[in-house]
Design a protein around this ligand. Structure first.
Ligand code: GLU
Length: 546
């Protein structure tokens, strides 16, 4: 059969240039020895999974720490999964978490285009080459034909797929092929696999170590009937011409590795190094399962932004999942920049990484407590501007006032830092009582309303804004004593039945009246921040509500 003629008939793409052109157009990169070229290659589905950040961080760290390049390639060959604006989402969400690309989609770079749909010419050139060499062929099987084969294989407990005797179009004659073409029957291009499933090899996976690989014998589709390549084929061509040296990707791709190895081989390309990292799992009652896009809100990267997790906290937590010695390093050097940690592929987990939101929350609290006054203000403000209510946005109009609130609630600007807040949403919601627009308390006291009312009014009359904390507390004690509450804890403990309660119960009433909450930071300071007028108004309003 004239394979050149067949290749031209099957792929009549005029734009194709001689293969040498592509090799020259995308030359080997000049990099230091040991430098890695890595990539993130997501489909533009609009959804960014925590796993995307996980893989991105690993690839980014390896590239940048080795003096290499980290790029973004958009794998948009599957039109059905494509969502408008998805690439912006990819950039924005990864940028938020500090993942920087050196080149790629929507950035500059010498190895583009970085959208697979724009690289048809290259895929066609190489598919054509495989046809010319007899390593690929047209397949005219319909969905029904394939379905029949599948049923037969299932019934007879045979390996599924298009191979051996089931590869019906593998040995079509020249006449049959041209008759099909003349009849206008749609076709795909398949690899003519040279492999044998009885042959096994040892393969060195950068993450998992040595693993056993069975040769591929599937005549996988390389070009679909619309001329668009499959992921398998496109990624092989792209990783070659973008000069990728190392592919760290999810372990769900491990089962496709034999196909990829064969594709690189038939294309005559050097295989990059591969490392398959384990998926992120979580405990569901007693069982471990994959973090699921459908079931777990925390599987989505947007969850962390909406909640206002500090990006450094998420990044830090991801590093604890990615490198087993990271935590030790972090404890040893709590103030060092994450970038200084020496990332190592060898320390990546071989089996599932267990996601633990409590641990992330802990890291987040520590991170929030590290923010300077300005950083805390800017961070919370940015969150409120993007996700907060109109009232929450307005909190930030008076910066001096907000800084006082943050000094009290987070300890910013001071030596003793509080670790109350996990994320911006929680912080902004919690400080809502400092702002009249959102102050709508559901006053819940533990004492008789009539008694509380008297106490509130009595304190209101005694309150003086100029009092220092000690004078203020003396007044709280005086009111407590007046209404039968112990002011001396020893006396109270000796005979609790002799009192209604003690001074801290009275303080709690005042706290609920002015903040709506039973637990807050120092109440004297809160009243100082609220100011005299507002404090008195709140006491008055609370008393009137009883
Ligand atoms: N496009 C694939 C995905 O969406 C990329 C796999 C790879 O990194 O090779 O996960």
């Amino acid at each position: 059969m004239d394979l050149n003629k067949l290749a031209n008939a099957l792929i009549p793409d005029e734009s194709i240039r001689p293969l040498e052109y592509y090799e020259a157009r995308y030359p080997e990169r000049t990099l230091e020895k040991g430098a890695h070229v890595t990539r993130l290659a997501p489909s533009p589905t609009g959804f960014m999974h925590l796993g995307n950040l996980y893989v991105a961080l690993a690839n980014e760290r390896i590239a940048h720490q080795s003096g290499g390049v980290f790029y973004l390639r958009i794998e948009d060959t599957d039109e059905k999964r494509k969502v408008e604006g998805a690439v912006e989402v990819i950039h924005a969400s990864l940028k938020y978490f500090g993942v920087r690309f050196d080149e790629g989609a929507d950035l500059c770079g010498e190895y583009g285009p970085y959208y697979q749909r724009q690289r048809a010419e290259i895929y066609h050139a190489y598919a054509k080459e495989l046809i010319k060499k007899g390593l690929a062929y047209p397949c005219f099987c319909t969905e029904e034909d394939l379905e029949k084969t599948r049923e037969h294989q299932t019934e007879n407990k045979l390996l599924p797929g298009y191979y051996g005797e089931f590869a019906k179009c593998r040995n079509l004659t020249e006449e049959e092929i041209y008759a099909n073409l003349a009849a206008g029957r749609p076709y795909v291009i398949r690899l003519r696999s040279q492999g044998n499933v009885d042959v096994k090899h040892t393969f060195h996976d950068e993450v998992k170590g040595d693993i056993t690989i069975t040769e591929n014998n599937q005549d996988v589709v390389i070009l679909k009937s619309d001329g668009i390549p499959t992921y398998h084929f496109a990624h092989a061509v792209d990783d070659h011409f973008m000069r990728t040296t190392l592919v760290i990707r999810g372990e769900e791709w491990l089962s496709s590795l034999p196909i990829h190895i064969e594709l690189f081989k038939v294309l005559g390309f050097r295989l990059p190094k591969y490392g398959h990292n384990c998926s992120i799992q979580k405990m569901d009652d007693e069982t471990r399962r994959k973090l699921s896009k459908r079931k777990d809100p925390e599987a989505s990267l947007s969850f962390y932004r909406e909640q206002g997790y500090h990006p450094t906290a998420v990044r830090t937590y991801m590093m604890t999942l990615l490198n087993s010695n990271f935590e030790e390093w972090m404890l040893k050097f709590p103030d060092k920049d994450l970038e200084e940690f020496k990332y190592s592929i060898g320390k990546m987990g071989k089996s599932g990484a267990l996601f633990d939101i409590l641990k992330l929350n802990d890291i987040s609290k520590t991170q929030m407590a590290k923010l300077s006054e300005e950083e805390a203000y800017d961070f919370l403000k940015a969150w409120a501007n993007e996700f907060g209510t109109a009232a929450q946005k307005a909190y930030f109009a008076d910066k001096a006032y907000m800084l006082k609130v943050l000094a009290l609630c987070m300890g910013v600007g001071g030596k003793k830092r509080r670790k109350d807040f996990i994320c911006a949403k929680q912080a902004v919601e919690t400080i809502g009582y400092f702002f009249d627009e959102t102050f709508a308390p559901a006053y819940a006291y533990r004492f008789d309303n009539a008694l509380v009312k008297k106490i509130l009014l009595s304190f209101k009359n005694a309150y003086a804004y100029a009092d220092d904390s000690a004078a203020w507390f003396d007044k709280v004690k005086a009111v407590a004593g007046e209404y039968g509450f112990a002011t001396d804890m020893k006396a109270y403990k000796a005979d609790p039945a002799a009192f209604f309660g003690n001074v801290s119960d009275v303080a709690e009433m005042l706290r609920i009246a002015t903040t709506g909450l039973a637990n807050t930071p120092d109440l004297w300071t809160i009243m100082q921040i609220l100011g005299e007028e507002r404090t008195l108004a709140r006491l008055e309003k609370a008393a009137a509500a009883l």
